[in-house]
Design a binder for this molecule. Structure first.
Ligand code: CO
Length: 208
């Protein structure tokens, strides 16, 4: 039987390092969480939310799935958004995609991948909506552009969720952001699709 002993050893070292710097760190954090950001990102092991923005535990509420997709009927993702906005009173939702996303690449292929093809359908829809922007690009450029367009579409999906719509209807301060991360250089890029109201959303996308 394997017990993954090395991971428990690494955990001890990590916890001890933090406690050396601040003996009350974990006790203080155990009393409450008050993160300011909800991160919706890809499950890819190279895109860890907290580390990329260099924030410690307690600062980022996180939901991750393959290719950072926000589906209108996904109760898992919607529950995370609801808890973040209504209970934790988070003011910023960040949808963060990444270049080189395998989920996006798989969605561009004709071959079958099994169950996941049902999930990737959502990204194929993004390709279809934006066929004009993808036409004529090289395979690499098309992959990169689709990674960006997918973030932009998912930002719109977050904005159109009942949770964000309710928050905006109640004049609550809530921003939805779309970012993309470069796994080749470790750098985040803002895709400049930040929305804080239906007026802004309509200006870009037409009637909500
Ligand atoms: Co990915």
């Amino acid at each position: 039987m394997t017990t993954l002993k090395h991971l428990f050893e690494r955990n001890q070292i990590w916890a001890n390092d933090i406690k050396d710097k601040d003996p009350e760190y974990f006790m203080d954090l155990s009393k409450q969480q008050a993160p300011q950001y909800l991160w919706i990102g890809c499950s890819d092991s190279r895109v860890p939310a907290n580390q990329i923005v260099n924030l410690p535990p307690g600062e980022v509420f996180v939901h991750r799935n393959i290719a950072n997709v926000v589906v209108h009927t996904d109760l898992n993702c919607l529950s995370v958004i609801q808890f973040a906005v209504e209970t934790l009173k988070i003011k910023h939702i960040i949808v963060c995609g990444h270049y080189g996303c395998s989920g996006i690449k798989a969605s561009m292929e004709k071959s079958a991948h099994g169950l996941i093809d049902n999930w990737l359908r959502h990204i194929k829809d993004v390709s279809r909506f934006h066929a004009d922007k993808l036409q004529g690009l090289s395979a690499q450029d098309k992959h990169d552009r689709l990674c960006e367009l997918n973030v932009i579409e998912q930002v719109t999906n977050v904005c159109n969720s009942t949770i964000v719509q309710n928050a905006w209807r109640n004049s609550e301060e809530l921003s939805v952001h779309g970012w993309i991360y470069g796994i080749k250089n470790g750098i985040l890029k803002d895709l400049d699709v930040t929305f804080t109201s239906n007026e802004e959303l309509e200006k870009r996308n037409g009637p909500v």
